[in-house]
Design a protein around this ligand. Structure first.
Ligand code: KG4
Ligand code: ZN
Length: 334
């Protein structure tokens, strides 16, 4: 059988990324241009700045992806691109680039869901076994997704307010840590102790949904109240206490869903999957019930285009095609 070579483009947030992937599981090139430095002084991603960066970076990143893979357009079977969800202005740069390339090079065009990409980042490392459960935790998402087959996604739980990464970033900001705050909280938490018991949002019995805004408010109130009394709380302890609450809820709900659906694999994806505390706790729990836990290496956890090409390969092989009227959709359902 002939190899399937897929080009992937990702611009949903602040990474301009292009990759070329063979057969959905082998990276031939994976180029990511990050803009974190440009957004840092604003304490978060500024949509207009993100879009401008994508326009400036795209041609270079694209060229580098082809150079690294040592391939020409002749070898490319299809152009795949993140169509949503994400920042609409940022998504539009990727979508329009993909449409122009597909039209000019006469290649099939396939729109890809960003979260499908995060899940398929794992297939670049390990073959999937179904049913599988994916926990997606990033700056924009907190979702539990059940997959009974390739390209088949059932969202069984999601956040009702803030995403897990968003909560990390907001708490980090309160502790005067730079953006993105997740890694800083993770580091502080390792040096602190859970001296404050923050609430765990379990929601209704049996629910796989999440909520992090109450926790975030508790942390903010705790800091304010202490300040007013002239007390100083140790940053490390606040971080450890906050992280303990996030990790416990994420781990317990994932574990319960894995048992209920009798899954053969559990996948963790998205930027928060980089969290050392979360990884350790999940590993411990899933070792105990003997279910393999898949967490991609750090560079595949965060936004990249290899994951889009990997998810795009399955969509392409299943016959999905997008027209040249493909549009960016900031709230695309999975
Ligand atoms: O997947 P990602 O790179 O971009 C989105 O699609 O959102 O995720 C970024 C998020 C940020 O909120 C960042 O603070 C968080 O992932 N993050 C972490 C860690 N590393 C990154 N959160 C907790 N612990 C970490 N070690
Ligand atoms: Zn992402």
């Amino acid at each position: 059988k002939k190899d399937t070579i897929i080009l992937g483009i990702e611009t949903s947030c602040d990474e301009t990324a292009v990759a070329i992937v063979k057969n959905g599981n082998e990276i031939l090139s994976n180029v990511v241009s990050s803009q974190i430095e440009s957004h840092k002084r604003f304490g978060g991603v500024v949509p207009e700045i993100a879009s401008r960066h994508h326009v400036e970076q795209m041609t270079m990143v694209l060229e580098e992806a082809f150079n690294t893979a040592e391939l020409s357009w002749d070898s490319i079977d299809a152009v795949t691109v993140t169509e949503g969800p994400g920042l609409v202005g940022a998504l539009l740069i990727g979508v329009n680039t993909a449409k122009a390339l597909a039209f000019a090079k006469q290649k099939p065009l396939v729109g890809v869901h960003h979260i499908a990409g995060h899940i398929y980042a794992n297939r670049l490392e390990t073959e999937f076994k179904f049913p599988l459960l994916a926990l997606i935790v990033s700056g924009g998402h907190t979702e539990l997704v059940l997959m009974r087959d390739h390209g088949n996604y059932e969202v069984i739980g999601q956040t009702r307010d803030d995403a897990a990464g968003e909560a990390y970033d907001k708490v980090a900001r309160m502790l005067k840590m730079p953006y993105p705050g997740g890694p800083h909280i993770d580091r502080l938490a390792a040096e602190g102790e859970e001296t404050i018991t923050f609430p765990r949002a379990w929601l209704e019995d049996g629910s796989y949904d999440f909520s992090f805004s109450g926790l975030k408010s508790s942390v903010i109130n705790k800091i304010h109240n202490a300040e007013q009394r002239g007390e100083v709380l140790k940053k490390e302890d606040i971080a450890a206490s906050f992280q303990a609450s996030v990790i416990e809820v994420l781990t317990k709900k994932t574990l319960r869903a894995a048992k209920e659906y009798n899954v053969k694999q559990v996948i963790v994806a998205g930027g928060v999957a980089a969290n050392k505390g979360l990884r350790a706790r999940l590993q411990e729990e899933f070792d105990e019930i003997d279910v393999p836990l898949l967490i991609p290496p750090l560079h595949l956890c965060t936004d990249n285009a290899a994951m889009i090409a990997a998810a795009g390969t399955i969509a392409y092989e299943q016959g999905k095609r997008s027209g040249l009227d493909l549009n960016a959709n900031s709230s695309l359902p999975l």
